[in-house]
Each structure stands twice: as structure tokens, then as C-alpha cells.
Design a protein around this ligand. Structure first.
Ligand code: TLP
Length: 347
């Protein structure tokens, strides 16, 4: 069966162009700093993001963790959203491996952290408290609907961080979706941040890999952290080659995914048994809730859709996330809407 897989934009396989580039990549030992393809990708991304240097890492989770460990010592504190990926889905790495204390503040429905909440979370200098060291933002914000954080907001958080001698890290797993949706450059979006992590293996179709960027000194520290975490890869150019194709040819097309997410939302909106969390999906994610009148709960609906060749994720008993990506075309959107309609019709 040819599945329509809307669980995540992580499920895509590399494009033929990527496979070609991977097969032909010039390689060396990256732990010696001698893989020319990795070096090229690190330089390309750093330049694209307006940062001094980059560090190729196996995953977004490792990129975020290496960033936290390079910014913070044991007993230091990170201020981050209670719905952030780093807090919810990264296995508590900062606490488990770094002795770093996560201090959550509520994510607003638009994915931001209220400036007054951040300010209130910053600890005074007192031996009772951990030392506030870092603020983390997530752009786009996954659990808040794939919503992009604006340049103006990010600047405000950057200024707040600076005034309080804190560092700012951005989990930019989908920063390119944010830049395309807002019509701004990625560099502008991350300019206020001391570090940023971006992923090639989400919306951009590459099979593996993320990049951490920041100033030279920060990246040097993060490189040691990557080694400690076991993320020093050798001939990693086979992976970086796909990242180069991702960066050069897969960013502009993200607008197509966003348009199809809106199309999907337009179709689903007509189904009475469900409601959309965001009236118009801002990027490539559509979050829905089943109404109390729906004949199926979310796990049951996941099963019913699987029988029609569609994979979706449920979150709890009445919430679902659908993610549009390179492999989802107009026909897949139409078929998905029709399948939801059939599965939720109470006749
Ligand atoms: N997100 C995955 C799941 O883990 C939920 C997904 O399907 O969306 N930051 C953000 C904002 C993410 O969404 C993800 C992955 C990561 C970091 C972690 O990246 P990986 O999976 O490469 O470790």
C-alpha cells in the first residue's frame, strides 16, 4: 500500500538528487575536521544564518542538548516553554546529562513566552537559587500549531536576555518554515540569538542531520560536548551532502507545503465532528480536536484511517496532529479530507 503519512515531516526519504549527492560526496574524517563536505555545509549554514560557525550534529535533540551544555554548567538554569520540544520530548537530557535545571514558563497559544513571565523567572543573585543562564525559544513552535515567532518578538527576548546577562538559544528545527511563512530572511529571525539549531531532516527531506550555529568560541565548546555525547561522526559527508541539497533546493518550496496545509484545513473545517485549533494553519501543521459528538475518539480514528492507508498521530484522546511535507500532494490532501469525512460520519 502507498501510505499517505501525515504523522510528521521527519518521515520523508532523501530525494533522488540527494541520493546522487550522497553517493558522490567527497569524504574525510570529520572528527579530525577533515571532511570537506561537512566543512562546506557548516560554512554554508553559518553564512546563511549570519553566524560565525556551525557544527553538524546527528539530530535536533543532540543539537539542542550540546547547546545547553555549552552555555550552562551544573546547577545553572534554563528558562523555556512548558510546551517546548526540549522540555517535553528530549528525554530530560539537560537534567540527566548536564545537571542543568529546566525552569518552565507557560507557552502562550502563539508559541511565545510572555516577556513578563521570562522576567519573573530570572533568579536574583542568592545562594538559594540556581543561576539563570539561558532562555530557549522554539521557532516554529511545534506543539502550539507550527506557529512562527516574529522577528520583533525574538528581538524583544534578545534584549531582555542581554539586559540580564543571559544567553538566548533558538530551537529552529523548522526555522525555514518560519522564515518562508513570515517572508523574512532566516538570518534576521535568528539575529538576536547566541545559538540556533536547525534541522535538515524535518521539512527539507534530508535523511539525517542538524546544525548548531553560533560564534566561534561557542561552537568550539559545543564540539567538545558533541564528542562527549558520542556524536563525533567520521565520514559524515555522506549525510552532509544531502544537507547541502536540502539547503540549496528545498527551502523555497516550503510555501507549497504551507498552501497544502491550508487546503487540508479548509476541507477538515467542513466536518462537524472536529474543530481546528488554528483557523488558518500558519505553516505545515494542522492540529485538530474531536468534538464531544464525534463518533470515534482520536486513537480509534487513527485506526480507522490506517485502514484507508493514512497514517496520522493522536495526542491524547481527542487531539491529532497532521503534518504536510514534500510527499503530500493535492490528491493526498483531497483523499485525506474525504477519508476523515467518511470515518467521522455517524450514519
Ligand atoms: N520533533 C518530532 C517529534 O520528536 C515530536 C516531530 O515529529 O515533530 N525540536 C523540534 C521543534 C522538533 O519538532 C523536533 C522533532 C526536535 C527538536 C528533535 O529533532 P530530532 O528528532 O532530530 O532529534
Amino acid at each position: 500500500m502507498d501510505w499517505i503519512d501525515l504523522r510528521s515531516d521527519t518521515i520523508t526519504l532523501p530525494t533522488p538528487e540527494m541520493r546522487q549527492a550522497m553517493a558522490n560526496a567527497e569524504l574525510g574524517d570529520d572528527v579530525y575536521g577533515e571532511d570537506p563536505t561537512v566543512n562546506r555545509l557548516e560554512a554554508l549554514v553559518a553564512e546563511h544564518l549570519g553566524k560565525q560557525a556551525g557544527l553538524f550534529v546527528p539530530s535536533g535533540t543532540m543539537g539542542n542538548l550540546a547547546a545547553v551544555l555549552a552555555h550552562c554548567g551544573r546547577g545553572d538554569e534554563v528558562i523555556l516553554g512548558d510546551l517546548s520540544h526540549t522540555f517535553l520530548y528530549e528525554a530530560g537530557g539537560m537534567a540527566a546529562l548536564g545537571g542543568v535545571h529546566p525552569h518552565t514558563v507557560p507557552n502562550q497559544t502563539d508559541g511565545t513566552l510572555a516577556l513578563e513571565d521570562i522576567a519573573a523567572a530570572i533568579r536574583p543573585d542568592n545562594p538559594h537559587f540556581p543561576i539563570s543562564r539561558l532562555i530557549c525559544l522554539e521557532n516554529t513552535h511545534n506543539r502550539c500549531g507550527g506557529i512562527p515567532l516574529t522577528v520583533a518578538y525574538t528581538r524583544q527576548v534578545g534584549e531582555l536576555a542581554q539586559r540580564n546577562s543571559l544567553r538566548l538559544h533558538i530551537d529552529g528545527a523548522r526555522i525555514f518554515n518560519a522564515a518562508v511563512a513570515l517572508g523574512v530572511s532566516t538570518a534576521e529571525l535568528v539575529a538576536p540569538a547566541d545559538s540556533v539549531m536547525i534541522c535538515f531532516s524535518k521539512a527539507l527531506c534530508a535523511p539525517v542531520g542538524s546544525m548548531l550555529c553560533g560564534d566561534e568560541e561557542f561552537i568550539q565548546r559545543a564540539r567538545r560536548m558533541r564528542k562527549q555525547l558520542g556524536g563525533g561522526m567520521r565520514q559524515a559527508g555522506v549525510l552532509a551532502a544531502a544537507g547541502i541539497v536540502a539547503l540549496e533546493s528545498m527551502v523555497d518550496r516550503l510555501a507549497d507545503d504551507h498552501a497544502r496545509a491550508r487546503l487540508l484545513a479548509d476541507g477538515l473545517r467542513e466536518i462537524r465532528a472536529l474543530s481546528l485549533e488554528t483557523a488558518i494553519p500558519p505553516t505545515n501543521m494542522v492540529y485538530i480536536q474531536l468534538t464531544p459528538q464525534a463518533p470515534l475518539n482520536a486513537p480509534m480514528l487513527v485506526d480507522a484511517l490506517a485502514h484507508k492507508g493514512i497514517k496520522v498521530s493522536s495526542i491524547g484522546t481527542n487531539r491529532m496532529r497532521l503534518v504536510v511535507h514534500y510527499w503530500i500532494d493535492d490528491q493526498a490532501v483531497e483523499y485525506t479530507v474525504e477519508s476523515f469525512r467518511q470515518a467521522l460520519s455517524s450514519d
